[in-house]
Write a protein that binds this ligand. Structure first.
Ligand SMILES: C[S@@+](CC[C@H](N)C(=O)[O-])C[C@H]1O[C@@H](n2cnc3c(N)ncnc32)[C@H](O)[C@@H]1O
Length: 223
């Protein structure tokens, strides 16, 4: 392992410890550690469902496999399950969050402890039809040292590209209108990105003053 990789490993370990600490505090009902960040799960789920119906008309939800990245203790996986998606895998870097969800919502699907910057080591290529997240890319961008942020976000997004099918839909709910990617990134040509497709007052950022969030909807361009 070179020096850069060692720094990256240390940063990811700190990240896991940070989130384990957050989830270990538990939700006290006063918003110290919310079950859901960014926006209520049902609101985001409905927007995702609308995007999938529009972009993949005629496709049966029951035939679709879904990956929820950085699920935390959010109700988003459960909300998607209730919409009838065929299989749902939810991953998070925090083993505390995953343990809680395995106890609380085992019926929803698989709950996996995993790092979203290493997705190709966890899943086979072209496994998922739909990948969703709420606040995960966002948290990568402010919870790890500045020098490593671009690399982390690119590894995450490139990993999603690899483990999803050609006709997958990738939805990111975030307070950010844009995601900074390095100039070298091939994101501009690999994906079509409906920027800021949703900016609505019904997507509240839990625990923060801002009341606007966005749903970014990405589809792969033809090779
Ligand atoms: C702002 S919270 C959002 C949690 C949940 N998605 C929600 O909407 O409430 C960010 C989540 O991303 C997870 N996370 C952060 N870095 C991660 C990584 N490298 N791999 C997987 N999950 C990560 C955290 O553990 C945490 O659950």
């Amino acid at each position: 392992m070179n020096e850069e990789e060692m720094k990256e490993q240390a940063a990811l370990k700190n990240l896991a410890n940070y989130w384990d600490g957050q989830f270990a505090m538990g939700s006290d009902g006063n918003g110290v550690v919310p079950d859901d960040w960014i926006a209520p799960p049902q609101v985001v789920c409905d927007r995702i469902v609308a995007a999938v119906k529009r972009l993949r008309e005629g496709k049966q939800f029951s035939d679709m496999s879904v990956l929820v990245v950085g699920c935390g203790t959010s109700g988003l996986s459960e909300a998607l399950h209730q919409k009838g998606f065929g299989s749902i895998t939810s991953i998070d870097i925090s083993s505390v969050a995953i343990e809680e969800m395995r106890l609380k919502a085992a019926h929803v699907g698989e709950w996996v402890v995993g790092d979203c910057t290493k997705l190709p080591t966890l899943f086979e290529p072209q496994t998922f039809d739909l990948c969703v997240e709420k606040g995960t890319a966002d948290s990568l961008l402010f919870r790890i040292p500045k020098a490593l942020r671009f690399a982390a976000i690119e590894k995450y997004f490139n990993g999603v590209f690899r483990i999803t099918k050609q006709d997958c839909v990738f939805c990111i709910a975030s307070p950010r209108r844009k995601f900074p990617l390095s100039r070298k990134s091939d994101w501009g040509t690999a994906w079509s990105w409906e920027k800021s497709s949703v900016a609505s007052s019904d997507m509240k950022i839990v625990g923060e003053k801002r009341d606007t969030a966005y749903l970014h909807v990405l589809t792969k361009n033809q090779p």
